[in-house]
Design a protein around this ligand. Sequence first.
Ligand code: NAP
Length: 323
Amino acid sequence: MNASDVREVIVIGGAAAGYTAALYSARANMRPLVIEGVNWGGQLMITSDVENYPGYPAGVLGPEMMQEFRKQAERFGAEFVTDDVTRVDFSERPFRVWVGDDEYRTETVIVATGANARQLGLESERSLQGRGVSYCAVCDAAFFRDKEVVVVGGGDSAMEEATFLARFASKVTLVHRREVFRASPIMVDRARATDKIEFVLDSVVEEVLGDGVVTGVVIRNVKTDERTEIPADGLFVAIGHDPNTVLFKGQLDMDAQSGYLVTRGKSTETNVPGVFAAGDVQDDVYRQAVTAAGSGCMAALDAERWLAAEQGRLLDALAAPRS
Ligand code: NAP
């Protein structure tokens, strides 16, 4: 491997943030290599209609939108490896990134590996994803106007989603596996004060019902083992998210509890100069395709400027008189 094999930027992760970072860095002549992952497309691949991404007045299917993002980056010269990164070494530059035995070297890295909504792990949940099973109330609540929905979870997300859904749905049943909520009292109070929300505690969802679309859920009371069927048009699973950061443990600063990458101030800089993070892997607050895309753009601009400043420093050092 020689110096010319060192890329200017490698983007790890192919979804809203990664493809936008690739588009911007390709248009800045940085010849990005996107190691997009086997399951590229991220969370939008389990979303059906996306109606809140600006520029698609008639809505768009999540997977279709990801293909268009990818195509747009490719048009400007982004290259892709459709595989998972297995190891990284950010201890010195050029940084090193491995896919199995293949090693790539690069001056900058943009980490855009995203986060996954936790799933209940039911086969019926998986088969009805995007057909009534959702992981994002902000994205999908409007599809459930005057319909009945079930929300699972007992944290702040579940309270927030239930309260938000109550603006649209005719009835929201919040199912939580314990009697005590993990959510902050103020969020619980707000949900309790909403007439349309009914609480079912000490219960877990055992099965999602529906042939093609959700028609209800079967819940089991964990204390009595009693099973009950709740008719519903939608199931919102709000049991938390896991950022995809295992690869970066010990190398990039992350929140000790949640594992989300830490970025500095308004930038996408991580603790390692030259490594940037964009999208849901560093955002546990907004988690939208449009915000992920926005931060992908920021990361590409940050990487480009950082590299230009580095090259300037190098030229200055070379031009300095030797003593
Ligand atoms: P979380 O705090 O980890 O809560 C997850 C909830 O889901 C818990 O109640 C947990 O039950 C339940 N759960 C986990 N796995 C389950 C399973 N397999 N089956 C059934 N239930 C399951 O996650 P979160 O609510 O997404 O919140 C994440 C972070 O974001 C928190 O720090 C939260 O405060 C913050 N947040 C803040 C706001 C806000 O302030 N507006 C809004 C949303 C989120 P157990 O309690 O029994 O473990």
